[in-house]
Design a protein around this ligand. Sequence first.
Ligand SMILES: [Zn+2]
Length: 297
Amino acid sequence: MLKGHRTTARSFLIALLAAGSLAGPAEAAPPDRIVFPVVGPTRYTNDFGAPRGARRHQGIDIMAARRTPVVAAERGRVRIHRGSRSAGCMLYLYGVSGTTYLYIHLNDDLTMRDDNRAADCRFGVAFAASLRNNQIVDAGRLLGFVGNSGDARGIEPHLHFELHPNGRRAVSPYKWLLNGRKQLWTTRTEVAAARVGVHGTLTAVREHAVRLAVTMVGVNPGPRSYWRGRDVRIGYGDEMVVERRSKTGEVTVASLEEAVPGERVSIWTEVIEPTLASRLAAPRVLVATRILLLGKD
Ligand SMILES: [Zn+2]
């Protein structure tokens, strides 16, 4: 989607020289599994190397809704860049593996329209409100938000994501994206605790866990994101409240034994700390306190 990154390679080298690349192993490889850099539904193809004018595309364009959270692919140091004509609002992540990641076209819009009203790449708009230049961040940490700043103005919001092993020339991040660890949810600001609501279609109840194909996740406090069919397993204890809502909206006490695969359910977790494991919805980390059975459509 990017017409050209004439300045990206050069500014990358300048930034490397300016930052002094973060000390990593001399010939290290990127992690086998990075954290997927966008939290929420995305679309992408392997458009690395595709012609962009006289140059070739140096990254992959990950299409996502404007303001979708963007997160750290691995632990590393962040360098913030503002106002590049081609890249717009961007940041570099110097990963501890020695890999450098570029996050390009971060959000510069104050509304959900393509208004460019925050062209100065503000914190809380382009970058996470609490992020600081040179900060060391953990894998999966909120960095910023998807947008279409720079020469992506006027086209669909996306994250232009580059991966440079050993801080050298870019390679296609495609296989790392396919194998990436996808966080189910995140928050838009740093909070100590959050409660997650997961909505979807029940697939099974067994081994003290509810399995469902997720359609929507809401975080309190935080954003909603809509997924299509992502499988999640959420544990529960004896104290979980089970209720059923009828077609007429009446809510009654129910039992999990009457839950039917294929019916819609809403599940709320206990208040949890937003750790990487809880955001990845790793097995036995999310625990439900309430489930609402909604029946089949
Ligand atoms: Zn691009």
